[in-house]
Design a protein around this ligand. Structure first.
Ligand code: SF4
Length: 324
């Protein structure tokens, strides 16, 4: 396994008390595999990714338990300079908002080139040539002419391509993409996702794709891990989840996607809001919003039940959900 996260716990000290952002997350990604981590905002998906990358805001954040193994090396015991070695050359991250992730006062060529001058000791001339090659690879038209342009001179989609180029620069084995297309319109979203999927196949990288949008992942993910209140509530191969969800939360997310065959019908919405992480409900954290909730759900935390060899659901009544 390229990346293995085991029983990870992360908390934040806030004025309202301790926020339990990640509560025992376990997942893995292999080379050439795409894992989509899906959940509403505050579900812990981005915090888990930040812990994996070693960029958690700490303090106030703190990893209180768990393991993160990358290429069989435990990352949580590494010193910061060793973590830096893993970041970039081993794993890289693509952020949602390219405009704030890129430096507005440096040209994209300088920012891409810096990856090669700093990490590979290349001359400025060679680094610039590498920057053009990468811009070409992510299909930025007229790359050689545009390498001296600033981030604001590019469209949102092109800026996201530059972010992808930066992530690819040092040839990582794993890319974590945190909502990489959320800020883009639908057509550009599809183009950027196609490019990511193509590059992942070409370089045989592992890809962790963080998103709140089930529609984005259907064509690109191999597996989906659905998160709620800091836990994985369902984990399964992508087609199984779409056809037969085994958790009421996943089912609710699927039912709330507009579909042509349900034209004219009111769109389903999961009632209520995700819980505050300083006051996660007892038992199953989803119970206040769950149409299937019963007494046991209010007291007993459901473990991740094995649905089949490669599927799990944290619902006491996953069989009924699967049948229904
Ligand atoms: Fe709903 Fe109960 Fe299953 Fe939680 S355990 S998802 S509350 S049925």
């Amino acid at each position: 396994m390229l990346l293995e996260v085991r029983d990870l716990h992360v908390e934040f000290r806030t004025r309202d008390g301790v926020a339990h952002a990640v509560n025992g997350v376990t997942y893995g990604v292999d080379a050439g595999e795409t894992l989509a981590v899906l959940g509403e905002s505050g579900s812990g998906k981005s915090v888990t990714a930040q812990a994996v990358m070693g960029i958690l805001d700490a303090p106030p954040g703190r990893i209180t338990a768990g393991e993160i193994r990358f290429r069989d090396e435990e990352l949580l015991t590494l010193k910061e300079e060793e973590r830096r070695r893993v970041r970039g050359a081993g794993m890289a991250m693509i952020f949602q908002d390219a405009l704030s992730a890129l430096n507005p006062v440096l040209t994209v060529g300088d920012q891409l080139g810096e990856m090669f001058t700093v990490h590979r000791g290349m001359s400025r001339g060679k680094a610039r040539a590498e920057a053009v090659r990468l811009m070409d690879r992510v299909r930025i038209p007229a790359a050689a002419q545009r390498v001296g342009d600033y981030p604001h001179q590019f469209s949102g989609g092109m800026r996201q391509r530059i972010m992808i180029a930066m992530a690819l620069a040092l040839g990582p084995d794993l890319i974590i993409a945190d909502e990489p297309t959320t800020a883009l319109d639908v057509t550009v979203q599809a183009q950027v996702m196609d490019l990511l999927a193509e590059l992942q196949r070409e370089y045989d990288m592992g890809l962790v794709l963080i998103t709140h949008d089930l529609g984005v992942v259907a064509d690109v993910a191999d597996r989906i891990a659905v998160m709620y209140a800091g836990r994985i509530v369902e984990s399964a191969p992508v087609h199984d989840i779409y056809k037969h969800p085994a958790h009421p939360y996943t089912k609710g997310l699927l039912d709330s996607i507009p579909r042509l065959d349900r034209k004219g019908r009111e769109l389903y919405a999961i009632k209520g809001l995700p819980p505050g992480l300083t006051r996660i409900p007892p038992g199953c954290a989803f119970h206040p919003r769950c149409p299937m909730a019963r007494d046991v759900c209010r007291t007993d935390v459901p473990p991740l039940y094995e649905v089949s060899g490669d599927r799990g659901s944290a619902c006491h009544f996953w069989r009924e959900c699967l049948d229904g």
